[in-house]
Design a protein around this ligand. Structure first.
Ligand code: ATP
Ligand code: MG
Length: 281
């Protein structure tokens, strides 16, 4: 089981310890099952080509094979394509399926949102405005400057509203994705992993649409600004194809796609000091 969102490989119920580069290489290959991935591509994706020779790819693949107890001559996971690259030939078990329709007011919390948020300061008006937008539109983007509180407000409103959606509210955290290597395939795989869908759902946009079609959920797509280029067309497609999908995106910049409603968050005003100095007229 490969949990890309949490950078974990789970084998027979136990996490397999993998160094970050090994995990990144495995995740890249596993998202392209059966596809030949060239050594050059892996150098770009995993090392960003920083003065690394092809030998580094070979070393990481050997480490991975050792961790997976795989054999290069009879591979069950990673096949070598002589002088060219590698191919993922493993069979990944899907993460447990998202259990549908179990979200009831007063029932179990539904989704994967962090449950503990310390009380927020002074965002009642923006929270109410966001609630109204979410109740009336299926694609809402919360924009604003870095650190202004977008993630915080989005998570707190999504958490409060999660029982309004039969399948709850789910977080797709994009901050860990690298801007230069993130493409639609990476986004699909990260989404499928976050929503605990079968990894086959990540194969293509249509497969993702099919997997999501029966669900009514709020998806919080958090910290999107650095991957807007591949994200915008993917979300535009999902938004059009899935009338029961509700999207709340946080991003420093809007997506600029049809159907998007933007709420711009201004910085919290500095509280008036309790002491004041009055100058004589
Ligand atoms: N209303 C609030 N009350 C208390 N703390 C807050 C509030 N809004 C934000 N914070 C805190 O400020 C910090 C930055 O907030 P947050 O991560 O939500 O900003 P952001 O706009 O999403 O930033 P970025 O653009 O980097 O994603 C966090 O530690 C958060 O807990
Ligand atoms: Mg944020």
């Amino acid at each position: 089981m490969l949990d890309i969102a949490n950078a974990q490989l789970i084998r027979q119920g136990q996490p397999v310890e993998l160094p970050p580069k090994s995990f990144a290489l495995l995740a890249y290959l596993a998202q392209r099952p059966g596809e030949l991935v060239l050594k050059d591509t892996l150098l770009d994706v995993v090392w960003g080509r920083r003065f690394v020779s092809e030998g580094a790819v070979k070393t990481v693949v050997s480490e991975l094979r050792a961790a997976l107890r795989d054999d290069a001559r009879a591979p069950l996971w990673i096949e070598t394509v002589q002088r060219r690259g590698y191919r993922f030939v493993g069979r990944l078990q899907p993460l447990p399926f998202l259990r549908r329709g179990r979200c009831r007011p007063g029932g179990d919390p539904c989704g994967n949102l962090p449950l503990s948020l310390t009380p927020a300061i002074a965002r009642e008006a923006e929270g109410a405005a966001l609630d109204t937008l979410l109740a009336n539109h299926r694609l809402v983007t919360l924009t604003g400057a870095a650190g202004v509180g977008k993630t915080r407000l989005a998570l707190s409103r999504a958490l409060a509203r999660r029982t309004d959606y039969a399948d709850g509210a789910w977080l797709l955290e994009l901050a860990p994705l690298a801007a230069d290597t993130c493409d639609e395939a990476t986004l699909r795989a990260t989404l499928a992993s976050a929503l605990q869908l079968d990894s086959a759902a990540a194969a293509a946009n249509d497969a993702l649409v099919r997997a999501l079609r029966p669900m009514t959920l709020l998806l919080v797509v958090d910290n999107a600004e650095h991957v807007l280029r591949p994200l915008a067309p993917l979300l535009a497609h999902l938004h059009v194809q899935l009338p029961q999908l509700h999207l709340l995106v946080t991003s420093r910049e809007p997506l600029h796609i049809p159907g998007e409603h933007v709420l711009r968050l201004a910085p919290l005003s500095v509280p008036a000091p309790e002491w004041t100095t009055t100058w004589p007229d």
